[in-house]
Write a protein that binds this ligand. Structure first.
Ligand code: BO1
Ligand code: ZN
Length: 256
């Protein structure tokens, strides 16, 4: 079996063996966001997002998820990040075997069908690898996905999974994709807290920004993700880590 995964043998409850930070850490992710405990913070100014459309879409089955590698410059600043600038590296998803589960963060105990992560690193460092283990190294935008209407811009991913079934496979799709089109319409309302990578090595380097508004994918689009094979040779499904202890952390809200 792989070093880590989502089976009974190598799933989240076993990660602490090779990655003790899984239980010893003070800022592990994901968490359950309790909306009534989140404090409105008027200092949370609007997020400033300046992405560049990709003119080709580079997709990879990394054995744990489907990942889209970003090749154009794209920046995220503002909000909890202040004047620090973060650059978009990749996006990927976590999802369930069915629509009743799949997201990593939960909101007032509610789990969504999937969760999209747009992963950025702080440009004060030289690379993603250098930033990944710094307390202010990464910023991830988390978007809850629910089953509903087909998402016209996610189709470039979901229509091309047939070339990505086996772990390690990569395809480059000659279509454009602007990552901004994957965000909810309302990006003003979000929760934010200090957390970690949700997969090994579980580095405590992530400023999480989780949007209040969910985005819809069709059941066909979600089923396409479920058809992938993971690094254990199983259907890639339920590739989410459950919520972790808050350990005294505070979640802030950008809205009242
Ligand atoms: S997530 O957004 O918290 N689910 C997340 C989890 C892991 C990564 C990015 C975002 N990236 C991982 C790479 C590993 C690498 C590690 C540290 O970052 O997938 O290959 O070892 O650099
Ligand atoms: Zn993720």
């Amino acid at each position: 079996a792989s070093d880590w995964g989502y089976t009974e043998e190598n799933g989240p409850h076993t990660w602490q063996k090779n990655y003790p930070i899984a239980v010893k850490g003070r800022r592990q992710s994901p968490i359950n966001i309790v909306s009534r405990n989140a404090k409105y913070d008027s200092d949370l100014t609007f997020l400033s997002i300046a992405y560049t459309p990709e003119d080709e879409v580079e997709l990879k089955n990394n054995g744990h998820s489907i990942e889209c590698q970003i090749t154009k410059t794209g920046y995220l600043t503002g909000g909890p990040l202040g004047n620090q600038e973060f650059t978009l590296a990749q996006f990927h998803l976590h999802w369930g075997a069915d629509d009743t589960r799949g997201s990593e963060h939960t909101i007032d105990g509610k789990q969504f069908a999937a969760e999209l992560h747009l992963v950025h690193w702080n440009t004060k460092y030289d690379s993603f690898a250098e930033a990944a283990n710094m307390s202010d190294g990464l910023a991830v935008l988390g978007i809850m996905i629910q089953s509903g209407e087909e998402h016209p811009f996610f189709s470039v991913v979901s229509d091309n999974v047939y070339g990505l079934i086996q772990p390690g496979s990569m395809v480059t799709i000659p279509s454009s994709l602007d990552p901004i089109d994957l965000l909810p319409a309302n990006i003003d309302d979000y929760w934010t807290y200090e957390g970690s990578l949700t997969t090994p090595p579980l580095y405590e380097s992530v400023q999480w920004i989780v949007f209040k508004e969910a985005v819809a994918f069709s059941s066909n689009q979600l089923d396409a993700l479920r058809s992938l094979i993971d690094s254990d040779g199983n259907p890639m499904q339920d590739n989410f880590r459950p919520p972790q202890p808050l350990k005294g952390r505070h979640v802030r809200a950008s809205f009242q």
